[in-house]
Design a protein around this ligand. Structure first.
Ligand code: GDG
Length: 736
């Protein structure tokens, strides 16, 4: 079985210094639970920061820590206080965190923290590379380590890399604000599989990849020069059974086993059996919408005075990043609001808000989940939010209502919750009322559905699904690699080439010999292309043909003086070496006047799009248009054109960022066959990159060596990954 390693900012243990050694206690967090099941099963290592700065280690402490962790198959990455300050608190928490949660005003742009982020990411990558065996897999976690996938891939292309982002991926308009946006995307694209909590985050990521890098995406696959990368939504789950079983145990504890908190809660319900409790649990973070929640609670008490004295909000705010200015301010704001509400509505025997500003032991958490009638979860942005799932998993008798912000990833999976907009205080206040008044039967129905789903798609299933997708992408990449022109296929092609007496070589131009340029006129041949064409055409045994959808004038100008054949406009015109241009058949082009208005209309609707007119075709280009709008309009245009051409002998061809309408029966396949005529070629080579070249791949004789540039489905026999790979391959032919 191939190994799987885990890489995350923190190792899944807390380190405690005892007299002469270090004691490790396992973390109870969701990620630790899910990932432990994976790296142990797949015999891998967990690489991460041990939780103690290296400045605090003396003598042989480091060795002791490393040994303690080695017992658990963990590899510590040691970081200094300064590194942690800049990489973790600095770039991770003061730049990426606020930006990705749409808090632009809190984002810091510091070159120094970015540099530290890159350096520390490199440390993590190097530590991982040391333990990675050939063909191993690694699953990297979260926003602190976005550069690591590329760093590992560059040194170890044999390793399959998964990356999961636990926070939202923001929309392009927000992501683009970041000066290092391009580098972060490049970093992520070192992965083979990218996971997000929701489809929305995945979509936002695709949009940034398209717009910033101009890379094409088919469904959920990103086609880069050298690899296919897959992205998908994997909503993270929890260890359902653990919460459910502990809740059942809690309910059946003997008095002497009960915690102080549980006893207090029981006393409270004994004195006031009709009182209700609303629960709120989060790290004290500005993304969690805590002030909104408090204001909404205040509005609720004001609007429904009959609930004053009868409902309390238990608010657990776990201290977090409390040395950062925004967090300090938030703490002050929350303290103020709690004081205001308790002062306004409190009575001798009634405290509206029970406020805990600390972390509680896990057993207390379960007790709170158990005792509360409503979970009030109102983040203004949240990647997923596991508290919502944990509350549901702890409800033994299936009662209880969840109020959930639509801005939390979890809302996509919990349609049975009361979904609110976290900025709409009145709506939240109303939802509290609705939740408290909800009939028990309805609560049970909703809770039952949510429990079934959360039980089914738990953290283990989540991890397994991700691993399955890692395997799937390995298969996809493998399939591509079997068609790829590898050294042994290349050797055999060169062999055939050398033996042949009469060779036909068909080369598409754009996307095959030359990379795409936003402006098609800029794609003129560079020295390397001209050199290849010159050498190939100087061999008397070769008939070299550039076969393109372009117009006559351009190609004639670009290849003036070269002893080659030209087939242009997909075969409308042909010019054999030393001969005149010939049109293959007399074609009627009157149809253009009917079609042109439709194309013009789509030019008006799509800024950046333009029309190119060829003798026997009209082309609508959208490579300069805003990418997503371009694709959308192209689909609409195809629809419209399909109706328009119904009674004409016309064809619609879709190339790379173009839609071309042309007279029927003209394509590169037919043109290449006509060109070869009766001549007896003993070596036929055709290379092309887009849909229009597929005609050629299909219609040439089966002995032809057909090669597709790119990693999509094709009828060609072989594939190469890029324009530069085509150039290298052709250069090998004439220099062999
Ligand atoms: C990030 C994303 C995403 C809370 N208080 C105590 C305590 N907790 C535990 C809860 C829960 C966890 O902390 C909080 O998880 P969340 O998912 O709600 O939020 P983040 O910490 O912001 O996590 C988030 C998550 O990553 C996973 O991908 O869902 O969107 O922001 O498990 O139980 N645990 C203990 N005492 C406490 O006082 N023991």
């Amino acid at each position: 079985m191939k190994r799987i390693h885990i890489l995350s900012n923190r190792l899944p243990f807390n380190v405690e210094r005892t007299d002469d050694h270090f004691k490790l206690t396992p973390s109870v967090g969701g990620l630790a639970t899910g990932m432990k099941s994976i790296y142990k099963k797949y015999n891998g290592h967990w690489i991460g920061w041990p939780g103690i700065a290296q400045d605090e280690l003396f003598g042989n402490d480091r060795e002791k820590i490393d040994n303690a962790f080695a017992q658990e198959k963990c590899v510590p990455v040691h970081l200094s206080k300064t590194e942690l300050e800049k990489y973790y608190e600095g770039f991770s928490n003061n730049t990426i965190w606020p930006l990705f949660h749409y808090f632009n005003e809190f984002v810091e742009y510091e070159q120094e923290t970015w540099d530290a982020y890159v350096e520390v990411n490199q440390k993590f990558a190097d530590a991982a590379i040391k333990v990675l065996g050939k063909g191993d897999r690694i699953w990297i976690h979260d926003y602190q380590l976005m550069m690591v996938p590329r760093m590992i891939k560059e040194k170890r292309p044999d390793v399959t890399i998964g990356f999961f982002l636990h926070i939202p991926f923001p929309s392009f308009e927000v992501f683009r604000i970041l000066p290092w946006r391009y580098e972060l995307l490049q970093g992520m694209l070192g992965s083979d599989l990218l996971g997000f909590h929701t489809y929305d985050y995945e979509r936002h990521f695709f949009s940034s990849v398209r717009r910033l890098m101009g890379i094409e995406i088919n469904f959920n696959r990103i086609h880069t020069e050298d690899r296919i990368i897959m992205a998908d939504a994997f909503p993270m789950g929890i260890d359902y059974e653990k919460f459910m079983n502990l809740s059942i145990e809690t309910k059946h504890k003997l008095v002497q086993e009960k915690s102080e908190l549980q006893l207090e809660l029981e006393r409270y319900f004994l004195i006031s059996p009709n009182r209700k409790l609303i629960l709120s649990i989060d790290r004290l973070d500005y993304t969690k919408g805590i002030p909104n929640r408090l204001r909404a609670f205040s509005i609720f008490l004001e609007k429904y005075p009959e609930y004053q004295g009868n409902v309390s909000l238990i608010m657990l705010a776990v201290p977090s990043r409390d040395n950062v200015e925004q967090y300090k301010k938030l703490k002050e704001q929350v303290d103020g609001l709690v004081g205001y509400i308790n002062g306004k509505f409190g009575r001798v025997n009634y405290t509206p808000i029970w406020y805990f500003y600390r972390s509680l032991p896990f057993e207390n958490l379960i007790e709170l989940y158990n005792a509360s009638d409503v979970a009030l979860i109102t983040p203004v942005r949240d990647g997923m939010n596991l508290v919502a799932k944990e509350y549901v998993a702890s409800r033994v008798n299936k009662t209880g209502v969840v109020i959930l912000s639509e801005m939390a990833g979890v809302s996509k999976e919990m349609g049975e919750a009361i979904i609110i907009n976290p900025n709409n205080f009145n709506e939240i206040a109303e939802s509290i009322h609705t939740a408290l008044e909800m009939p028990i039967e309805e609560q049970r129905e909703r809770m039952d559905t949510m429990q079934k789903r959360i039980k089914r798609y738990n953290v283990f299933k989540w991890a397994t699904e991700f691993v399955k997708s890692l395997e799937k992408i390995q298969d996809i990449q493998h399939q591509f690699n079997t068609k790829k022109v590898n050294p042994s296929i290349q050797k055999s092609i060169i062999n055939d080439y050398n033996k042949a007496e009469k060779r036909a070589i068909f080369l598409d131009y754009d996307g095959t010999l030359s990379s795409f340029k936003p402006n098609p006129q800029d794609a003129f041949p560079d020295k390397e292309v001209l050199n290849i064409v010159k050498h190939l055409s100087e061999d008397q045994k070769n008939e070299v043909t550039i076969i393109s959808g372009r117009d006559r004038e351009t190609l004639e100008k670009w290849f003036k003086g070269y002893d080659i054949n030209l087939i242009v406009e997909h075969g409308v015109w042909t010019r054999k070496r030393g001969d005149e241009w010939k049109m293959l058949q007399q074609i009627n082009a009157d149809w253009k006047e009917n079609i042109r208005p439709a194309l013009e209309n789509f030019v008006d609707l799509t800024p950046g799009a333009f029309i190119e007119e060829k003798n026997y075709s009209l082309v609508w280009h959208y490579r300069k248009a805003e990418p997503e709008q371009g694709i959308l309009r192209a689909n609409e245009l195809k629809d419209e054109l399909t109706n328009l051409i119904a009674n004409h002998n016309l064809e619609i061809m879709e190339g790379n960022k173009v839609i071309e309408v042309k007279s029927g029966g003209i394509n590169k396949g037919a043109a290449a066959l006509r060109f070869m005529g009766e001549a007896d070629f003993d070596f036929i080579l055709a290379i092309g990159d887009d849909w229009t070249d597929e005609y050629m791949f299909r219609e040439l004789p089966s002995k032809a060596i057909t090669i597709k540039v790119g990693m999509v489905n094709t009828s060609a026999r072989y594939k190469v990954e890029s324009v530069s790979a085509v150039r290298k391959f052709l250069a090998k032919l004439f220099s062999a």
